[in-house]
Design a protein around this ligand. Structure first.
Ligand code: 2AM
Ligand code: CA
Length: 274
């Protein structure tokens, strides 16, 4: 990809992330409708849909021949026909948006022929923009990010997204998380996967694990963690897809192998959850 094209993609991705974040903050202060998707713990608001449409319009106004895979419009068209694909989540952490009014983010990624080129995760309530461009490093509001602390699994502060429902119990996620929490220094659950992974890039957390995330939850943050020197794979160590659900493991490389071995020894069926 030409340097000028990459620069244009970066500029638009950052503009979209900021603009979407500002719109969701503004709408948060007004009344909005909340609907259930599949259950009372799976929410979508009118703001998610409005913000996604706003981002789609910004992208297509500039690049009408690009494809879009967005959480609220994932069913709309066959995105596979496009070389350049924008993978977007207008609000990652919708439950936090509704209840806490903090700890939610916008996630915007650009993939070219399946390869991550630009990732932007914006936290509008703290005005923190995490972003990365392939080969150019990762940044938080223009400050370079680097995962460089030497840390063992026992010294690590980890984070995870878990749904405490029947299915999680059937798979045994609750037990894995419990065992992992007993092994590491601490375990956090913030409720926005994109933000949690961006915090790994920023060194605020040492690692993030999830048994199942959607492509728009990890699409941008994965590029940011990798550009910050972190390692991101599925829980079994295979490369992450760019357009499918997957388990995710994103961490400081110094304890990646140790974490992988621990997960393997605790749960041998992990592959079936990818
Ligand atoms: P969302 O807010 O965009 O739905 C913790 O809840 C994290 O998991 C959030 O990033 C959330 O994204 C995501 N999430 C919520 N429900 C999910 C589901 N059914 N499958 C995968 N990820 C989900
Ligand atoms: Ca979302």
């Amino acid at each position: 990809m030409q340097a000028s094209t990459l620069a244009a993609l970066k500029e638009l991705a950052l503009q979209c992330a900021r603009s979407a974040g500002e719109l969701s903050l503004k709408r948060m202060k007004e009344p909005f409708t909340v609907e259930y998707k599949t259950s009372a713990s799976d929410l979508v608001t009118a703001v998610d849909k409005e913000v996604e449409n706003h981002v789609i319009q910004m992208i297509l106004a500039r690049f009408p021949d690009h494809g879009i895979l967005g959480e609220e419009s994932a069913h709309v068209e066959d995105y596979k026909q496009y070389d350049t694909l924008w993978v977007i989540d207008p609000i990652d952490g919708t439950t936090n948006f509704v209840h806490q009014q903090i700890n939610f983010s916008v996630s915007i990624a650009v993939y070219h022929k399946g390869e991550g080129m630009v990732g932007a995760v914006y936290d509008p309530s703290r005005d923190e923009l995490f972003y990365a461009v392939k080969g150019e490093g990762a940044f938080l509001n223009d400050r370079p990010l680097q995962v460089n602390r030497e840390v063992s699994l026992e010294q690590a502060l980890l984070c995870t997204s878990v749904f405490w429902n029947k299915r999680a119990e059937q798979i045994g996620i609750d037990l894995i998380v419990k065992k992992l929490a007993g092994k590491v220094r601490g375990m956090r659950l913030l409720g926005s996967a994109a933000l949690e992974m961006a915090y790994v890039a920023a060194g605020r957390l040492d690692g993030y694990v999830s048994m199942q995330l959607n492509a728009w939850d990890f699409g941008a943050a994965r590029i940011i963690v990798e550009e910050a020197g972190g390692r991101v794979t599925t829980m079994t160590g295979t490369p992450l897809p760019y357009d499918q659900k997957s388990s995710v493991m994103a961490c400081n490389p110094t304890f990646y192998e140790e974490l992988q071995q621990f997960l393997k020894s605790e749960h041998t069926d992990v592959p079936s959850q990818n």
